[in-house]
Design a protein around this ligand. Structure first.
Ligand SMILES: *[C@@H]1O[C@H](CO)[C@@H](O)[C@H](O)[C@H]1NC(C)=O
Ligand SMILES: *[C@@H]1O[C@H](CO)[C@@H](O)[C@H](O)[C@H]1NC(C)=O
Ligand SMILES: *[C@@H]1O[C@H](CO)[C@@H](O)[C@H](O)[C@H]1NC(C)=O
Ligand SMILES: *[C@@H]1O[C@H](CO)[C@@H](O)[C@H](O)[C@H]1NC(C)=O
Length: 326
């Protein structure tokens, strides 16, 4: 990439390109954006956001635009949102959220609206809001039962959104809850066996959700993983990773395996990667990245490769690398 970045976003566009946006270089927030062309393996600079931000979220909408919302910069937390238009390479301001948020999650619902949940703006948030792409406006929806930041959000096959874990300002959380788009309400579901924040989550081909690692109560870094079964609303522990990780990425591959790459274990940035096999519940090591990375992004390309970008090895990285499964 032309710019080193961590805590940025990466979004796969309808044409297969990957849009990388914002983040921080060291302590400086970025408004720049760049595009990865998977056919040439090269990056080009594209339009800049009006506001520099990291810890934001990015959602590719059904109309092809990319919604970037919230986050933080040196001045403070943000409620503003901007839309990237891939045909013009430019940004336009759209409606702002009702409050500032960073370290929140976004999920695109089946009807095209985008659900934003939780995060923090120095207060810890349980509120949620919906962005309607047809009007460019936000509306408050039901609040979660628990405030959470550093949580995960995964869309289930039936359209509900599962949020799991995080930090509520007092304790690390093992609870999980479901957002039902037809009622706009949250319901508590089964709890994970372990509290986790900065963990990873990936939806499997069979509809289960795999959560991995993260930091648990008393700052313990985890190697444990568990599976959410949407038909029973319960979690079961599955195989442990070979090492503890937080801020790693988790990507479901076309072959059904889950690739977990990099992260941080409380002492070191990681370059190792491992694969979860849903049929055996076991992990195996796979090729190591060329660079130690946490706070990076992972995007599955239309050709099946996974693009890993930027992040931190202590400093801020501008390198990118591709994982190809065998
Ligand atoms: C940071 O966000 C504030 C809005 O809260 C904005 O006024 C300011 O321009 C942003 N900083 C940069 C460098 O974009
Ligand atoms: C999508 O569903 C949500 C949740 O029910 C609803 O509030 C919203 O208005 C719907 N959006 C559109 C664009 O129909
Ligand atoms: C989806 O499945 C979950 C888990 O069984 C259930 O609690 C939820 O109500 C379902 N959502 C919808 C929209 O049917
Ligand atoms: C995972 O961590 C636990 C302690 O937290 C340790 O006992 C166990 O050996 C580790 N498992 C692996 C596969 O490294």
């Amino acid at each position: 990439m032309s710019v080193a970045r961590r805590y940025h976003t990466a979004s796969t566009l309808a044409n297969g390109y990957v849009l990388v946006v914002g983040g921080f270089a060291g302590a400086s927030s970025l408004n720049s954006a760049e595009l990865y062309n998977p056919s040439t393996g090269t990056w080009t600079t594209t339009g800049r956001m009006s506001i520099a931000r990291g810890y934001a979220t990015a959602s590719t909408l059904a109309n092809g635009l990319v919604l970037v919302a919230g986050g933080a910069n040196e001045t403070g937390y943000l409620n503003s949102a901007e839309l990237y238009n891939p045909s013009t390479g430019t940004w336009a301001t759209t409606g702002s959220m009702s409050i500032t948020r960073y370290q929140h999650t976004t999920s695109t619902l089946a009807n095209g609206s985008v659900l934003v949940a939780g995060g923090s703006n120095s207060a810890y948030l349980n509120s949620a809001e919906l962005y309607d792409p047809s009007t460019g406006t936000w509306a408050i929806t039901g609040s979660m039962n628990t405030a959470r930041m550093y949580h995960t959000a995964s869309t289930l096959a039936n359209g509900s959104v599962l949020v799991a874990g995080g930090y509520n300002g007092v304790t690390y959380v093992n609870s999980a809850e479901l957002y039902n788009p037809s009622t706009g309400a949250w319901t508590t579901t089964g709890s994970m066996s372990v509290t986790r924040m900065n963990h990873g989550a990936s939806t499997l081909a069979n509809g289960y959700v795999l959560v991995i690692g993260g930091v648990s109560t008393n700052g313990v870094y985890g190697n444990s993983t568990e599976l959410y079964n949407p038909s029973t609303d319960t979690w079961t522990t599955t195989g442990s990773m070979s090492i503890t990780r937080d801020y790693s990425t988790a990507s479901t591959l076309a072959n059904g395996l889950v690739l977990v790459a990099g992260g941080y274990n409380g002492a070191s940035y990681l370059n190792s990667a491992e694969l979860y096999n849903p049929s055996t519940g076991a992990w195996t090591s796979t090729a190591t990245m060329s660079t130690f990375r946490a706070y990076h992004t992972a995007s599955t390309l239309t050709n099946g490769k996974v693009l890993l970008t930027g992040g931190s090895d202590g400093g801020t990285l501008n390198s990118a690398e591709l994982y190809q499964s065998i």
